[in-house]
Design a protein around this ligand. Sequence first.
Ligand SMILES: Cc1cc2nc3c(=O)[nH]c(=O)nc-3n(C[C@H](O)[C@H](O)[C@H](O)COP(=O)(O)OP(=O)(O)OC[C@H]3O[C@@H](n4cnc5c(N)ncnc54)[C@H](O)[C@@H]3O)c2cc1C
Length: 317
Amino acid sequence: MPGSDLSGSGEGAASGVRKARGSPDTTEPVVMSNNYDWLSLKPPEPTPAQCCGGGCSPCIYDQYRTQLDLWEKAKERDDPNFLQKNKPQETEDTGRYRFRLPSGTSLGLQLGQHLVLRGVIDGAEVQRAYTPITPGGRKTHFEVLIKIYAQGLMSRFVRCWRPGDSVSWRGPFGGFLYKPNKFGEVLLLCSGTGMAPMLPIISHVTDDEEDETFVTLVVCAQDFRNVYMKNFLKEQGRFWNVRIFYVLSREQSLDNLPSSYRENSKLGRIDSIFLAKVLETCRRKPYTLVCGSVSFTQDMTHLLKQLGQDDSSIFSF
Ligand SMILES: Cc1cc2nc3c(=O)[nH]c(=O)nc-3n(C[C@H](O)[C@H](O)[C@H](O)COP(=O)(O)OP(=O)(O)OC[C@H]3O[C@@H](n4cnc5c(N)ncnc54)[C@H](O)[C@@H]3O)c2cc1C
């Protein structure tokens, strides 16, 4: 691709991010090592509970078999880049991209923090923020949900990626500092890829047996087909302290959804009646996190304030 430098290990081609604790905002180019922890890279077999039952094609089990096949071949060749050949596609325009971290390093990302990806398009540098959806402490790889926009600049750069390319990330930046049991309940309002920072927060709550925070997640999407991470959400929704609602702006009928989703789904947009009901049924006083487009964030903040929530109980990513 003209103007880009995706191979090698010099400046502009760092693979992943190496972040020294206490010194954020630094990225160093990192030299690859061949010391891979193959077992930790092995794809986990889905449990029956992870299947959304929606007759997806490919289904989570098809994806698992493909991933396992790739893992076995990669292991045989001792080449983890081979694993990246199958980028799981979440929707038509959004994929989950996996980046291998150099051996012995971890992102050290705190919940809700994001990274900045650097790309070069037509000789000009482009930087955009993306939020890893995998836990920040993971040592082998991290995953990012990236939406490709038809005219988007970084989208053009991402479209040119090939398995094994190296890309430059820096960070971490920003962040919502979550502490177990700090809030009685967290209300997570997100639209589109705004779901990204919410995912590690939910995982963190449900992975920690001592954490009794209630979680209410409201996922906004155009239609059911465009809801990301359905299997993950279905699994999380089974925890006693997690409830999930879907608000679908362009879905014609709830009958188009698998029956298990209908009760917790609403057609249209989040309005004050819906949000008031969600707030009323929170089991404890909620702290609200909002992530989505600028207009989504403005709308949600406006509605929340109208419904009596004050600034100190709202955080917008
Ligand atoms: C803190 C933070 C975290 C984020 N996390 C994520 C994440 O996890 N995943 C994710 O996918 N995104 C995330 N984003 C958004 C991401 O940073 C980018 O803004 C997004 O990917 C679009 O980048 P782009 O360069 O491809 O598009 P841009 O070039 O910035 O274009 C954005 C939009 O404008 C349109 N557009 C561009 N040029 C024109 C034109 N000439 N005429 C008309 N329309 C045009 C594009 O089609 C697109 O709809 C995050 C943003 C922030 C601030």
